[in-house]
Design a protein around this ligand. Structure first.
Ligand code: SAM
Length: 269
């Protein structure tokens, strides 16, 4: 898979993909990330990428000409002829649809994703209309540029690609795992690394030491009773989701046992 990022601050990405899983994926050739300096597509002495907004008001707007030239230089098909099952051009925007794990899963099956980073008041809307397949926002807040959003999308998408994580199942069994991911009753043997799958948040994790600053690791986790560990993990995932993201519970895949547990939790609070 290949990502192309168009930005006025290419140096922003200098070290951001140089760590851990992402660094390894790039080094192993599973993914390629190419950063393009928007100013390379200007033709004036000052390398101008922005201009004042029509209609007045504060701030500047990224001009359409350099952006369209930059996109066209990448060799992606024009919007009308683009096979969106293989490539997608995305505008980072606070006005975009929310980027979620579900969207990351959609992007992870593509061959190429082009990410356009806005700055100032944003990007001339004609670029969106002429070249972009979707606008994505990474959350309900306004950033000063699309670069952080692009990095978030690259990271979250890339770790879903086959071969990127050591264990294929890892990305299915973590927070926001696919709603249809099989959960809870995963047979005998050591429990999977997480039972947060099924659209729930992950459960809490612990490592050594067994006691830290007066807080002990929950006894069940050290006991070796796999069924009890599974039950504990599932219940903690339900508890955490109810506390922090009750909205997720409405769409999650819940068993009868889960539902009863959630009902009990609700009645306690
Ligand atoms: N005037 C815009 C608005 O009110 O929606 C905000 C522009 S923002 C200062 C500049 C750029 O940062 C945007 O063009 C976009 O590329 C990026 N940006 C800001 N917030 C974002 C978010 N939540 N998600 C993704 N990109 C964002």
């Amino acid at each position: 898979m290949r990502f192309d990022i168009i930005t006025i601050f290419p140096e922003f990405f200098g070290g951001i993909f140089g760590h851990g899983v992402v660094k390894r994926a790039i080094a192993n050739g599973l993914v390629e990330v190419s950063v393009h300096d928007l100013r390379e597509f200007t033709h004036d002495r000052h390398r101008t990428v922005d201009d004042r907004p029509f209609g007045g008001g504060e701030g500047m707007v990224l001009k359409p000409e350099p952006l369209m030239e930059a996109i066209e230089s990448l060799g992606v098909a024009t919007k009308g002829e683009r096979d969106t099952a293989q490539e997608s051009v995305i505008l980072l925007s606070a006005q975009g649809a929310k980027f979620t794990q579900g969207v990351a899963r959609e992007l992870a099956v593509l061959e190429r994703v082009v990410l356009i980073c806005g700055r100032y008041e944003g990007v001339d809307e004609r670029v969106n209309k002429l070249a972009c397949d979707r606008e994505l926002s990474i959350g309900d807040y306004v950033l000063s540029g699309g670069e952080l959003g692009a990095a978030v999308i690259v990271d979250a998408t890339m770790r879903l690609l086959p071969g990127v994580l050591g264990n294929e199942a890892s990305s299915a069994y973590e927070s926001f795992g696919a709603a249809d991911a099989e959960f809870a009753e995963d047979g005998d043997g050591p429990p999977r690394s997480t039972h947060g799958a099924g659209g729930l948040l992950d459960y809490p994790h612990y490592t050594r030491p067994a006691e830290f600053r007066g807080l002990a690791v929950p006894e069940v986790l050290a006991g070796g009773d796999h069924a009890a560990i599974r039950k504990w993990r599932r219940e903690r995932a339900l508890e955490k989701t109810l506390k922090n993201r009750p909205d997720l519970l409405e769409k999650a895949e819940l068993s009868e046992k889960d539902r009863k547990f959630v009902k009990r939790l609700k009645s306690q609070h």
